[in-house]
Design a protein around this ligand. Sequence first.
Ligand SMILES: O=C(O)CCC(=O)C(=O)O
Length: 259
Amino acid sequence: MTPAPHEQQQLDDLGFVVLENLMGDDLLTALRRRVEELFVEEGAQAGAEFKQEPGARRLANLMNKGEVFQRALQTPQLLACVEAVLGPEYKLSSMNVRSANPHSDAPQPLHCDMGGLPDERGPWVCNSVWLLDDFTPDNGAIRVVPGSHRWGRLPQSELADPKARHPQELLLTAPAGTVVVMNAHLWHGGTGNRTAQPRTALHIFFARRDKPQQQYQKQLVRPEVQAQFSPPLRWLLALDDPHNDAVSREVAVRSGFLK
Ligand SMILES: O=C(O)CCC(=O)C(=O)O
């Protein structure tokens, strides 16, 4: 499968594409239910395998935590867009939830994921933001600076205040069920949630296969869960890839996630 020509063009020119109603009602309902269950089950530990953030609830390591996440990862239109950004040699880097708390005013700074610029082979990170709630002008929708994935510069080295409004930024508002796929060298960040309700998104994050995973899946996903994965899922998680073992283990140790 390949993206429609207008989707490909948006990914190339703007750095993102908005896929409305990609989830369908069943998947949206199942994702919401499982995410809320996990927040209850994990309590204060939620997100601890990766990071916790003031002003937002987080979950991490979701390939370990339910079949519904496996289903989301294997959505053909998603993978077609990821391949359009990274080429055919890509893999899952991490799968997390970020839920901006009610009345959490502070925006995230504009950033590129993994703090990285494209290298001589091109882009190496691609993110997808799964809207589990409507994203509205007030509830912490994600902002993006269209075209910035091509600038070859990082916001933290260019901007006096990466948290401030950028003159070219666009706020991505869309209904729950939408998936935004972006070249993750695009300058982006969550905004403040000025409403009384949380604003929840699932992030399915991909890397080019030569780069490290943000979360080393082979170490994080329990062996009994891995044993049930189909060959395409094993490929997506790079479970049988010695190069991934070398690069992702090293990063996991350096970050303190693996001793
Ligand atoms: O969920 C969001 O609003 C975007 C979060 C994001 O860009 C990040 O945590 O790196």
